[in-house]
Write a protein that binds this ligand. Structure first.
Ligand code: IDP
Length: 140
């Protein structure tokens, strides 16, 4: 399988509870390498732009206000099949449906405050990485 990069976000519910290190350990144990990482506090406009594909969904307001409520940690994860592997480590969107050992099973508070974001396909991964990072910031 090819080496890929994917965009990950540790969401406000997790940064608030000081879970960045525990979540990063899950990524690293799964063989994902953190090749870029920074802490940012998104404006509402920046969160709306990032999630614009969800603009018509009923939870868009709740989601974007949550993402802009407190700092997040944005990161680029690299590894074999990184996009799917990250989705596997994250677990299902709703923690009630997430498998044992996944980040969302262990840490998520609700379907909205679910601790992590991960890109879902190569095209979105490329777009999302470029939204947050310049090429020189990716150190493989
Ligand atoms: P994903 O993050 O697992 O890819 P998506 O369906 O793409 O899930 O939804 C994006 C984000 O929107 C979720 O991670 C979650 O934070 C939020 N979200 C999804 N469904 C709901 C909902 O029913 N209520 C509130 N927030 C939701």
């Amino acid at each position: 399988m090819a080496i890929e990069r994917t965009l990950s976000i540790i969401k406000p519910d997790a940064t608030r509870r000081n879970l960045t290190g525990k979540i990063n350990a899950k990524f690293e144990e799964a063989g994902l390498r953190i090749v870029a990482q920074k802490r940012v506090h998104l404006s509402l406009a920046q969160a709306q732009k990032f999630y614009e594909v969800h603009a018509e969904r009923p939870f868009f307001g709740e989601l974007t206000e949550f993402m802009a409520s407190e700092p997040v940690v944005v990161q680029v994860l690299e590894g074999e099949g990184a996009i799917a592997k990250n989705r596997e480590v994250m677990g299902a969107t709703n923690p009630a449906n997430a498998a044992d050992g996944t980040i969302r099973k262990e840490f998520a508070l609700s379907v909205g405050e679910n601790s992590v974001h991960g890109s879902d396909a190569p095209e979105t991964a490329a777009q999302e990485i470029a939204y947050f990072f310049a090429g020189l910031e990716l150190v493989g």
